[in-house]
Design a protein around this ligand. Structure first.
Ligand code: SAH
Length: 217
């Protein structure tokens, strides 16, 4: 069960959470505004509602989690989103991240490999607010060749390597934000594809994600 009422109390808790993200170094006002506009408690069972505005990850079923708000803000900030950009997300999960990107005006394509999570998202009430998001059931390692190329690609599960097919699907000048697992440590990386096809890599802080897995389930 979920509570789809967004009261003043919820809004107040959300503002506090967003202020704490500012204190932790998030500066992109478009990211902060988008997250202010999306009721995070809509994504969680009522049993977890009282802690929905804490800065932590939560279970969403199938052993998966909705990412911690700081992580969502951090990845989205690194992605440098502008309106109308075509963005591919790997790991729809609760669809929170996808909706943050849509709220920022991006054209979002998102892939989930867990059938049950994909089906649950179909019935999610907030979906009508973001009719432009395109949801796919599939393996993110394959990307979406039919809809490529993308301006940006965001991976929200820990990848064992940089998926070559996703690099192929990135526009020249495009960027990918990816938590890369190296011996159990997950480093946030940003890959920029140059006009000549070469790649620039930047490494940021360590994070904790569920693993990016092959195939569908
Ligand atoms: N962006 C999500 C985070 C969900 S956790 C949110 O905002 O809630 C990561 C998700 O990635 C999980 O749902 C998991 O099932 C999915 N995932 C893992 N490997 C994948 C793959 N190869 N392709 C697509 N989705 C994958």
């Amino acid at each position: 069960m979920r509570n789809y009422e967004d009261s003043y109390r919820h809004k107040g808790l959300r503002k506090k959470l967003l202020d704490s993200l500012r204190d932790k170094g998030i500066t992109d006002e478009n990211v902060l505004t988008a997250m202010t506009n999306i009721p995070r408690h809509y994504f969680l069972d009522t049993a977890l509602e009282h802690i929905a505005y804490q800065d932590r990850a939560f279970p969403i079923g199938e052993g998966q989690t909705i990412s911690q708000p700081y992580t969502v803000a951090y990845q989205t900030q690194l992605l440098e989103v502008s309106p109308h950009q075509k963005i591919l997300e790997i790991g729809t999960g609760s669809a929170y991240q996808a909706m943050v990107l849509a709220e920022m005006g991006a054209s979002v394509f998102t892939i989930e490999r867990q059938r049950n999570l994909f089906e649950a998202t179909k019935k999610f009430v907030l979906r009508s607010r973001y009719p432009g998001i395109k949801f796919f059931y599939g393996d993110g390692f394959e990307g979406l060749p039919t809809f490529a190329p993308f301006d940006k690609i965001i991976i929200t599960a820990a990848a064992p390597f940089i998926p070559p097919k996703l690099i192929d699907q990135l526009k020249p000048g495009g960027k990918m934000v990816i938590p890369l697992d190296e011996d159990g440590r997950q480093k946030m990386m940003r890959i920029t594809k140059n006009a000549d096809g070469s790649l620039d890599e930047e490494t940021f802080s360590d994070f904790s994600f569920v693993p990016m897995l092959k195939g569908r389930n």
